[in-house]
Design a protein around this ligand. Structure first.
Ligand code: NA7
Length: 537
């Protein structure tokens, strides 16, 4: 069965919902499809204990519905998974978007048909959708990475990846192992340490995690937010990270040792990983000495917090502080990450010293011969990030060339983080080389740009919207230049460069110039008549 539309939007998360709302406003016939059975995207499936956004609640939402922003409640400084999901459901209901959505519907393949100037998608149930525009919001971090440890299939307990967590799973009293101590692992460990019988944390790289500073929202605070919405979002749009705090303009080298300590301590107390990295000094991510100053501060905190020196030794990172910055801690239960290791039931295994030798029916055996007996093994092992969801689906552009083949050649890339030469009328929200920032404002910037471009094409009666090779190359070069000085390149096995997945190309996947500059690039392109796109025909 075939259906014809103006636009198909794939994914019903932040990106897809925003894009549907924007395209409906310009009168396009749209359909959102999603493989899940309801809205939410990432926030639909990441049901693991402790899941929360580590962006302050008031900037982890859409800025375009001010009336709603002024009223919609949030009870703590950080929104937890159930609240983010409820918020997205609320937006869908409020704007009557559900009637344009179809669930349990997966995009199986997408082919550009030059003769009709449209995309043809095969979706679940052997159905075909034909649409002039294909817009994807597949999620930056949703194609799961599930390493295949020898003997895994023999394990007699439960195994769950955090991003495929079963609804209503009861963890209480279990002997639990967590593999992975990234953003997700740190959240899970912080949440469940007090609930489980034993918790064994299998850690490959220790991480620099700082407290989130989560706390209850007071009426005064909420009033302050409501009184300052315009200024807040203006600051967000014109910042580097889009996190709602003031980024530092001071170099680590321009202040005394006492002031450095004071500034680190103040930011540790305020909380938030991005704040600690970008709010303390302006050279933490580009200057090794400044970076080491931050590392040394956090290592001393770990020493102060963790009572067992052997556990503290294992938990202290010595790598550069140049991964996605982490934070931990939840207002509802007052728990923090490093404090968990003072519990007698929580242990840390350093996989660099004693790697996993194999998994057995009763648990995980490490190379020192020790069997860690478990009822539940949690994979907090992350994602095949950024292009992972694109290369797993057959998306064929002009001449039948797949996106995977195109990116195998060039490395994952795009023009302005949204489009690719050879793939007409395809707009990818968060394509490779999108902004490395708080996601909702970055998504908004992309949706605004894509919608403006489509509107312009429709006004011009154009059939094809496609960037030039040259524009993609120039944009990619800009991204490379912006990232060249970043210490992020130096962190081992960083997913930001694809280094967490065996065989994945190690290269840049983000625009590191910050949200303000990213938005400026989009506006510049628009104001120059969508420069870099072939003339609209
Ligand atoms: P991450 O940040 O990629 O973390 C994954 C963790 O899993 C990390 O500690 C990895 O160790 C570990 N890992 C991965 N594979 C293995 C194997 N084979 N053996 C042992 N340990 C392994 O994913 P998250 O889900 O925590 O966070 C990703 C983003 O999602 C996050 O930034 C948020 O924005 C949402 P490693 O450090 O590579 O040694």
């Amino acid at each position: 069965m075939s259906e014809e539309l103006d636009a198909v939007i794939v994914g019903a998360g932040f990106a897809g919902i925003n894009q549907l709302h924007a395209l409906r406003a310009i009168g396009l016939r749209c359909l959102v499809i999603d493989q899940n059975d309801d809205v939410g995207g990432t926030w639909y499936s990441n049901l693991y204990p402790g899941a929360m956004s580590d962006t302050e609640s008031y900037v982890y939402r859409f800025s375009w519905d001010k009336e709603d922003l002024m009223q919609y409640p949030f009870k703590e400084h950080y929104v937890k998974q159930p609240e983010v999901l409820a918020y997205l459901q609320h937006v869908v209901e409020r704007h009557d978007l559900r009637k344009h959505m179809r669930f349990n519907t997966q995009m199986l393949s997408a082919n550009w048909n030059d003769s009709i100037g449209a995309w043809q998608l095969t979706v679940t149930g052997d159905r075909v959708l034909t649409a002039k525009y294909l817009i994807t919001g597949l999620g930056l971090l949703s194609a799961v990475n599930s390493p295949d440890f020898p003997g895994l299939e023999t394990f007699q307990g439960d195994v769950h990846h955090t991003a495929k967590w079963p609804k209503n799973y009861n963890i209480d009293g279990k002997r639990v192992g967590v593999i992975g101590c990234g953003s997700t692992g740190v959240q899970v460990i912080t949440e469940i340490g007090r609930k489980v019988k034993t918790l064994t944390c299998f850690q490959r790289h220790p991480q620099y995690s700082v407290p989130s500073g989560d706390r209850k929202v007071t009426p005064e605070y909420r009033q302050w937010i409501n009184d300052n919405w315009d200024a807040i979002f203006d600051q967000v749009r014109n910042s580097i990270t889009g996190f709602g705090f003031k980024e530092s303009t001071t170099s680590y080298h321009d202040v005394s040792a006492e002031d450095r300590e004071r500034i680190f301590e103040e930011n540790w107390q305020k909380g938030n990983g991005f704040r600690f990295m970008f709010g303390t000094f302006n050279d933490i991510t580009i200057d090794l000495e400044a970076n080491e100053g931050a590392c040394d501060f956090i290592r001393r905190k770990i020493d102060q917090i963790v009572e067992d020196p052997e556990k503290a030794r294992k938990l202290k990172p010595h790598d550069v502080y140049a991964r996605r910055p982490l934070c931990d801690g939840n207002a509802s239960n007052g728990q923090k990450y490093f404090e968990q290791f003072n519990r007698p039931n929580v242990d840390i295994v350093d996989l660099k010293e004693t790697p996993i030798a194999g998994i057995e029916p009763a648990g995980v055996r490490t190379s020192d011969g020790r069997l860690h007996a478990l009822d539940l093994l949690i994979f907090a092992t992350g994602f095949d990030a950024v292009e992972g969801n694109y290369t797993r689906i057959a998306i064929h552009g002009r001449s039948g060339r797949s996106l995977k083949d195109a990116w195998d050649e060039t490395g994952p890339t795009s023009y302005l983080g949204v489009s690719m030469p050879g793939f007409p009328n395809l707009f990818m929200i968060n394509a490779p080389k999108g902004a490395f920032t708080n996601q909702p404002p970055a998504i908004e910037a992309q949706v605004e740009f894509i919608t403006g471009l489509i509107e312009r094409a429709e006004q011009a009666n154009a059939q094809i919207v496609e960037p030039t090779d040259e524009a993609e190359r120039e944009y990619s070069k800009l991204c490379e230049d912006l990232a060249a000085k970043s210490l992020f390149w130096k962190a081992e096995d960083n997913w930001i460069f694809g280094a967490n997945i065996p065989g994945k190309k190690r290269c840049l996947r983000f625009f590191f110039g910050g949200l303000q500059m990213y938005r400026e690039k989009l506006v510049e392109c628009r104001d120059q008549g969508y420069a870099g796109f072939k003339p609209l025909l």
